[in-house]
Design a protein around this ligand. Structure first.
Ligand code: DGY
Length: 325
């Protein structure tokens, strides 16, 4: 039997490479920057499978460039970079990496809650720049996390893990989603709210909705105006869920009070991004799932999905399993 040929759009940990090399011939983009589109389209011309990342747009142009393609294995749980209905139409399997990054991403959401709420980054800058010179009792005061109200928008796997952690801080938890989650309510005591009510009542608003037509631009000037002037806004989902200029204006006016951001409308953002001029913004470069352990697990799951799909084994995490028949 001939070995399948695959294209890998970025460097991967050895454990994942071993899985792929054991069953496939491969070509790989090994530079530390996204593969340029023209090279990608050229190099996938004869492949059976692609191991992709969020920055690789898998659309009609991509599929046209790879007529023999049978599987796209995304090394991420989100797959807003992939036109899944189109892949399904063309009989191409799409896979993702659910489960393995849940807890790590929830940890990062908490890092941002705490860093933005307690001005950790601003505090460090104050020391580094020799500005720790105030004896004012209210110097560098932040917002209490313990006992506060957490408002979680989008309590899927990761959102639920964020909510479970809130218990340790004696928080009151509200959530909003398209439907009620009876089990989550029973397990954590979280209470459902309409979005506007959640925004009015929460001290910490954490966003974990997937990006879709329904969630694009979900947070704009109107939503920020509903928040408390002491509220902290945290986005760990996808940048386009937020109107960034509206957030910038709102933060400048002090409502919300601060923001913790892992994701941006256009990534990577540059150092001249307006949000970075604000002291009440904590920004990190889309590192929600970025622990050594979890990124290794994501890569090995993505590699396993890829190889399984091409060798007739059960695929651990298909997005459009109908393609498998
Ligand atoms: C995901 O897997 O969707 C994350 O955003 C990647 O870090």
């Amino acid at each position: 039997m001939t070995r399948p040929t695959v294209y890998i759009t970025s460097p991967l940990p050895d454990a994942a490479m071993r899985i792929i090399a054991s069953a496939c011939d491969y070509r790989q983009w090994t530079e530390d920057r996204p593969v340029p589109r023209d090279i990608l389209l050229r190099d996938i011309a004869t492949v059976d499978g692609v191991l992709a990342r969020l920055m690789d747009r898998v659309d009609a142009e991509f599929l046209d460039a790879a007529p023999g393609l049978r599987v796209v294995s995304n090394c991420a749980v989100g797959y807003d970079n992939i036109n899944v209905p189109l892949l399904t139409e063309r009989g191409v399997l799409a896979c993702n990496t659910p489960g393995v990054l849940t807890e790590t991403t929830a940890d990062l959401a908490w890092a941002l809650i705490m860093a933005a709420g307690r001005r950790i980054v601003e505090g460090q800058e104050t020391i580094r720049q020799g500005r720790w010179n105030s004896s004012n009792l209210m110097f560098m005061t932040g917002q209490d996390i313990h006992g506060a109200t957490l408002g979680l928008v989008g309590p899927g796997r990761i959102g639920s893990a964020v909510i479970r952690r809130a218990k340790g801080f004696d928080m009151n938890v509200l959530y909003h989603s398209r439907s009620r989650h009876a089990e989550l309510e029973a397990e954590t005591g979280a209470q459902y709210r309409a979005l506007d009510d959640l925004l009015r009542e929460s001290d910490f608003v954490v966003v974990l909705v997937p990006l879709s037509d329904a969630t694009r631009g979900l947070f704009g000037a109107r939503e920020f105006a509903l928040m408390k002037d002491s509220a902290v806004f945290v986005n760990v989902s996808r940048g386009p869920v937020v109107n960034e200029m509206a957030l910038y204006e709102a933060l400048k006016q002090g409502r919300p009070w601060a923001a913790g951001l892992d994701v941006f409308e256009k990534e990577p953002i540059g150092p001249d991004h307006p949000l970075l001029t604000l002291p009440n913004v904590v920004a990190v470069p889309h590192i929600g799932s970025a622990s050594v352990q979890t990124r290794t697990k994501m890569a090995t799951l993505a590699a396993t999905n890829l190889v399984a799909a091409l060798t007739g084994q059960p695929v651990p995490a298909p997005i459009n399993p109908a393609v498998l028949g």
